[in-house]
Design a protein around this ligand. Structure first.
Ligand code: ATP
Ligand code: FE
Length: 359
């Protein structure tokens, strides 16, 4: 079964062709990072216009690179139905619905976070393949979620953020420290900026872990950064080494909170006699190599005797892409569980609703 997938929930215009036997035939991502740099965040109208401009090219390239003919070779069309920015979602949704209706192909609308959560089932080797139930940590621009994944559609939210998403705060702090953007954006820029800082340079910013609480919260850490800068007389008073140490300390505090919550979630699973063998980490922040190393230690520390597998999709499938949307649609196409051509978007959509059947 060959799927053409379209994703436009935030600031990347994405199209991909993927088959049910796990062949990724194409993966086109047209980023808008340079357009949003001046705003230091996603500017909605700019994003919508860029999707409108780029969508035809993205879809065309995805078909060309895959060497497939849309009429003859594509068996189904899927798109990101939500959650995301409504104007952005509508560009990908309307392209998909129109193509599917005109070409008489089945259509499936996909939950964006389900896409992130299931990516590793497409990209892992057989030896590392996560088995349900597994824990999944989704860390991205709009979400910080620790989920128990019980099936392709059944996700239980164990820990959620009470304020902002980790990726959003990383982007804000990258702007606060005036770190120049790299082509991969402000999170990648922050990571590279402080990658050589020694642990001994760690600056104590205050406690922001909320140890033992089953919530994520990153607004406090953001405020601590602002207060620290203020106490030092502003960014201009910091030399480069000091600024790098501060960036490193912020990253370290944010990741320490993730580690604490991973331990809490693993403990909760044990208390419920739910035996998880894998922690799958995805979403844009999961492309951070320092986070990867920290979490490897974190799961080892939880139980040195238990070999909990830590799975990260390749970085290009951690940030937004249409390959993950294609894969998350596959079980529905194979079960002939399609959406009708009039399906609407769901800008706000809890991943738990997938199982409760509230679509
Ligand atoms: P969501 O998936 O929640 O709707 P999104 O689609 O905007 O949000 P993603 O593309 O999954 O998010 O991830 C983007 C986020 O990941 C941004 O906040 C970005 O700064 C962050 N990010 C990307 N690379 C890195 C990195 N190397 N280190 C830390 N953060 C990163
Ligand atoms: Fe995303």
């Amino acid at each position: 079964f060959t799927v053409l997938a379209i994703e436009s929930s935030a600031d990347d215009t994405c199209a991909a062709v993927v088959t049910s036997d796990k062949r990724i035939l194409s993966n086109v991502v047209i980023t808008q990072l340079s357009l949003h740099e001046q705003f230091r965040g996603i500017e909605p109208m700019t994003a919508i216009q860029a999707h409108q401009r780029n969508m035809p090219t993205a879809v065309r390239q995805a078909l060309e690179i895959a060497h497939v003919d849309i009429v003859r070779d594509v068996d189904g069309i899927c798109f990101t139905r939500g959650p995301g920015m409504p104007g952005c979602l509508s560009v990908g949704m309307n392209a998909s619905k129109t193509l599917a209706a005109v070409l008489n192909k089945p259509l499936v609308g996909v939950h964006h976070m389900q896409g992130h959560a299931l990516t590793s089932l497409l990209t892992s080797s057989d030896a590392e393949m996560p088995q349900f139930p597994f824990l999944t940590l989704l860390v991205s621009g709009g979400h910080t979620l620790l989920l128990l994944a019980e099936s392709n559609t059944k996700f239980k939210i164990l820990i959620n953020t009470v304020d902002q998403a980790i990726g959003r705060v990383i982007d804000k702090v990258s702007a606060l420290l005036d770190i120049p953007w790299t082509p991969l954006g402000p999170g990648d820029a922050l990571e590279k900026y402080c990658q050589d800082v020694q642990e001994s340079r760690l600056i104590y910013l205050g406690d922001s872990i909320m140890r033992g609480r089953r919530d994520f919260s990153f607004s406090g850490l953001h405020s601590q950064m602002e207060r620290y800068l203020h106490s030092q007389g502003g960014l201009g008073s910091l030399d480069e080494d000091h600024k790098k140490a501060l960036a490193y300390s912020f990253q370290s505090s944010a990741f320490a909170q993730l580690e604490d919550k991973v331990h809490l979630a693993l403990k909760w699973c044990e208390s419920q006699s739910i035996y998880v063998n894998h922690l799958v980490v995805s979403g844009g922040v999961a492309s951070n190599q320092y986070l990867r190393r920290r979490l490897a230690t974190c799961v080892k520390e939880f139980d040195p005797d238990r070999d909990i597998g830590l799975v990260f999709p390749p970085p290009k499938y951690c940030t937004d892409n249409a390959v993950m949307i294609a894969w998350a649609s596959m079980h529905r196409f194979l079960a002939q569980d399609y959406d009708d051509y009039g399906v609407d978007l769901r800008a706000k959509w809890s991943i738990e609703e997938l199982y409760q059947g509230k679509s």
